[in-house]
Write a protein of this length. Structure first.
Length: 260
C-alpha cells in the first residue's frame, strides 16, 4: 500500500509538468473513460489445446497507463522491457510499475496508471476507469494470457484525442502477442528462455509456422479476436459515480472449417 501511494503521488506530480510535444490534442479539459475488457477465448473459438485445468484458460489482471508519445509500454517488433517480460511470463507487475514510475519521474511522460481485476475464465468481462490529459492522450495496457509461455494481449499508444475533442467511444479487437522472451510453443510449455531475446511479435494462425503452436490453424486466413476492449467517455454527471457494467453485444467468434 505504501509503494502504491508513493507511485500515485509521483505520477500525480508528473502530470502537472510540461512534457514532449503532443500538440495535435487541443482539448481543453481532462477526460475520464470507462474501459471494458472482454475475453473471447472460448473452446469453440480456439479448440486446439484449449486449457481446461492446471490452470484452465483465464486472464491476468489488466495493467495500463495514460501517457504522452515520450513513453512506450510495449511496441510490436521491438524488444520487451524487463517489466513487460515479467508480466507476460509470470503476471508479476512490480518491475513494470517501477518502469512506469521512473518514466513519470524522468521525462514526465506519464499521467496515470490504472488496473482491472483478473478474469477467472477465458470468456468474461472486467472493467475500470482511467483519466487522460491533453498532454497525455495515449492509452496502453497489457493483459497476460494464462496459461502461456509469454503471451499477452494489449494496446500500444491508442490516442483518445481527436483535435479539440475526446473520442466518445471506441472498440478494438485484440489478438495474441509473443513477448519474445520464452520459446514455448504451447499454452503449457515449460519455461525455456529465448536467448538472445527476440522482439514482440503478433501470433497468427500461421506464425509461428509449426503444427505444435497452440494458435496454429492452417485452415484459417486470420485468427478470430481472442479479446476486445471498449472505451466509453464518461459524462460529467457520471464523474465520481460508479459507472454501470456494460453488457456488450456478443459477436460470432466461431471457427468455420470451410474457410481456406
Amino acid at each position: 500500500k505504501v509503494i502504491w501511494t508513493v507511485l500515485v503521488t509521483i505520477l500525480g506530480c508528473a502530470s502537472s509538468l510540461p512534457v514532449g510535444d503532443d500538440s495535435l490534442c487541443t482539448a481543453e479539459e481532462l477526460a475520464k473513460y470507462k474501459i471494458i475488457f472482454t475475453g473471447k477465448w472460448s473452446q469453440i473459438a480456439f479448440p486446439k489445446q484449449y486449457p481446461l485445468y492446471r490452470p484452465p484458460a483465464q486472464w491476468s489482471s489488466l495493467l495500463g497507463v495514460t501517457h504522452s508519445s515520450d513513453y512506450s509500454m510495449w511496441k510490436k517488433n521491438e524488444y520487451a522491457s524487463n517489466g513487460v517480460r515479467d508480466f507476460a511470463e509470470k503476471g508479476e507487475a512490480w518491475v513494470l510499475m517501477k518502469e512506469i514510475e521512473e518514466a513519470g519521474e524522468k521525462i514526465q511522460s506519464v499521467h496515470g496508471i490504472f488496473s482491472a481485476p483478473a478474469i477467472s475464465s477465458g470468456t468474461g468481462q472486467t472493467s475500470t476507469e482511467l483519466e487522460v490529459h491533453p498532454r497525455h492522450p495515449l492509452v496502453s495496457f497489457v493483459v497476460r494470457i494464462v496459461p502461456s509461455p509469454d503471451w499477452f494481449v494489449g494496446i500500444d499508444s491508442l490516442n483518445l484525442c481527436e483535435g479539440d475533442h475526446w473520442t466518445e467511444e471506441i472498440s478494438v479487437d485484440l489478438f495474441p502477442y509473443d513477448a519474445g522472451t520464452d520459446s514455448g510453443f504451447t499454452f503449457s510449455s515449460p519455461n525455456f528462455a529465448t536467448i538472445p531475446q527476440d522482439t514482440v511479435t503478433e501470433i497468427t494462425c500461421s506464425s509461428p509456422n509449426h503444427p505444435a503452436n497452440s494458435f496454429y490453424y492452417p485452415k484459417l486466413k486470420i485468427l478470430p479476436p481472442i479479446a476486445q476492449v471498449t472505451m466509453l467517455k464518461m459524462k460529467k454527471s457520471q464523474l465520481g459515480l460508479s459507472a454501470p457494467f456494460i453488457n456488450l453485444p456478443a459477436k460470432s467468434n466461431e471457427i468455420i472449417d470451410s474457410v481456406s
